[in-house]
Design a protein around this ligand. Structure first.
Ligand SMILES: Cc1ncc(COP(=O)(O)O)c(C=O)c1O
Length: 387
């Protein structure tokens, strides 16, 4: 029968995470490939989920999300960013940020429409754009500072641009887009009458006093911005898949139309628990960022001591290091050999890129792990320096 997979999804075979996680299992290596924490989020949030299950909140929640979560999302946006959001018309709860991204792209893009992204990009972006029959146009963020290149960004826009899919703070670079960079992006979006879809799942995982600036707070942008986030990263609950989007009512309605045929609803009993977590005090939000900042420092120092050049991230779970000083000339090959070399798993940045050359020897490591795991990983990586 040949390959039954539709042509637009060829090239999206098994993700690198599956390959590398399997390698971690079969070799006993420490998995710094995939970005999930190995500790739980706030106990009161976990207890609230247990309570929701025992009290019978186990059937389909409302299609747009339970009211207390939509209200909590609106209050969160007001509390942290001064944004006014109508919880009934301007918020949609989704099965993680991943479904929010899919619902928006599928809901807004006609086949042939162009979607601008920065690369490296989170891997679901390319696949979702392809599913929609859209055309991906990228601008490269280059190691080590990953600054926006104005000329290449301008060149990525065209009369066919439907939307720009932005991610700040950014996976995999750990970059927080600056005010000037956001102003440029927003002015190009306005010039081309394009939507800005902004994936802000790492909004609270920001270090060294850097400020995350939500695109919707840039003057004049709320009317063309769809903001996406998720409880997974902020509250260390990636398996709950509670995400959301908010934006102008007509864009939210478009995403809702698609979303109802993707999952319809998800994560019923986790939704009230996330509502409670969103309302926790600033200390809870600060604690997760400061603990991650210390983990970042630990891993960055270890990678540097191992002989790699490190781009110190201002946010997220991830750090990118260049393995070229260790003699590597291909990141994928280096990552396939790393478990045997020193018992650590990482992922090559080239899998997040169209321009393979820009990321040829770059490797992404996750530091959202317990200190003892990171200390052991650093000890193992240290053996690379001696080679
Ligand atoms: C940039 C980015 N967006 C979205 C997601 C997915 O979020 P969720 O697990 O809530 O679907 C991730 C997860 O790693 C991510 O890094």
């Amino acid at each position: 029968m040949g390959n039954p997979l539709v042509a637009r999804m060829r090239g999206f075979g098994t993700t690198i995470f599956a390959e590398m996680s399997e390698l971690a299992l079969s070799t006993g290596a420490i998995n710094l490939g995939q970005g999930f924490p190995d500790t739980d989020g706030p106990q009161v949030m976990l207890d609230a989920a247990i309570e929701a299950i025992s009290s019978g909140r186990n059937q389909y929640p409302p299609g747009i999300g339970v009211p207390e979560l939509r209200i909590a999302i609106a209050e969160h946006q007001q509390r942290f960013y001064g944004l006014r959001v109508d919880p009934d018309r301007e918020v949609l709860v989704t099965a993680g940020a991943t479904e929010a991204i899919a619902a928006v792209i599928l809901g807004l893009c006609e086949p042939g429409d162009e979607v601008v992204t920065f690369e490296p990009y989170y891997d679901s972006y390319a696949a979702t754009i392809a599913l929609a029959g859209g055309v991906r146009r990228t601008s490269v963020l280059r190691f080590p500072d990953f600054a926006v290149d104005e000329a290449s960004l301008r060149a990525a826009f065209s009369p066919r641009t439907r939307l720009i899919l932005l991610n700040t703070p950014h996976n995999p670079t750990g970059k927080v887009f600056s005010r000037a960079e956001l102003d440029l992006i927003c002015s190009l979006a306005r010039e081309h009458d394009a939507w800005v879809v902004t994936d802000e799942v790492y909004e609270h995982l920001v270090f060294d006093g850097s400020a995350h600036i939500p695109v919707a707070t840039v003057p004049g942008m709320a009317e063309r911005t769809i903001t996406i986030s998720s409880a997974g990263k902020t509250f260390s609950a990636t398996g709950w898949k509670v995400g959301w989007l908010h934006g102008p009512a007509e864009a939210v309605a478009a995403a809702r139309t698609v979303k109802q045929f993707l999952t319809y609803v998800a994560s019923g009993p986790f939704q009230p628990a996330v509502a409670l977590a969103l309302g926790l005090g600033d200390d809870t939000y600060r604690a997760v960022a400061s603990s991650l900042q210390a983990k970042r420092d630990l891993l960055c120092e270890g990678l540097t001591a191992a002989g790699m050049t490190v781009a110190r991230p201002a946010a997220t779970y991830f750090v990118i290091a260049d393995a070229a000083p260790l003699g590597a000339n291909d990141g994928l090959d280096f990552c396939r050999r790393l478990p045997a070399l020193c018992g650590v798993v990482a992922v090559p940045v080239s899998v997040f890129c169209d321009d393979q050359e820009a990321a040829r020897t770059l490797v992404r490591f996750a530091f959202c792990k317990r200190d003892e795991v990171l200390n052991e990983a650093v000890r193992r990586l240290g053996s690379l320096a001696a080679r």
